[in-house]
Design a protein around this ligand. Structure first.
Ligand SMILES: [Zn+2]
Length: 113
């Protein structure tokens, strides 16, 4: 049922270039915001690491493995888009199908939105 709805919506989007353009523009804006946030977080973490007693070379690989595992776990949480009812990852912030902002009341990492 959900995949039929998605398929119908994709046809509507494909036959409407201005709607497709609007959705792509919203996606690009969301990506730019995400990149900016990521850049700020990375610089902040780097500053904290430089000020700490930790050896960044020895701790980085282990921490990366933990982050990958934590993200995979967070990616399994889904919510329904309020506009098109498609099932979306809770941490994605915006619906992949219609661009609607998603809300999730659970805990979200600063890296997710
Ligand atoms: Zn949607």
């Amino acid at each position: 049922m959900i995949s039929e709805n998605n398929s119908q919506q994709e046809k509507v989007v494909e036959s409407n270039p201005s709607l497709e353009s609007e959705i792509n523009s919203a996606r690009i804006n969301a990506l730019e915001l995400k990149l900016e946030t990521l850049s700020i977080i990375t610089e902040s973490l780097w500053n904290l690491l430089e000020d700490s007693e930790l050896d960044s070379r020895s701790d980085l690989k282990g921490e990366m493995a933990k982050v990958i595992s934590d993200r995979a776990e967070r990616d399994t949480i889904t919510v329904h888009c309020p506009a098109c009812d498609s099932q979306e990852k809770a941490n994605s912030g915006y619906c992949r199908h219609c661009g609607e902002k998603l809300s999730y009341s659970g805990e979200i990492s600063p890296f997710d939105y």
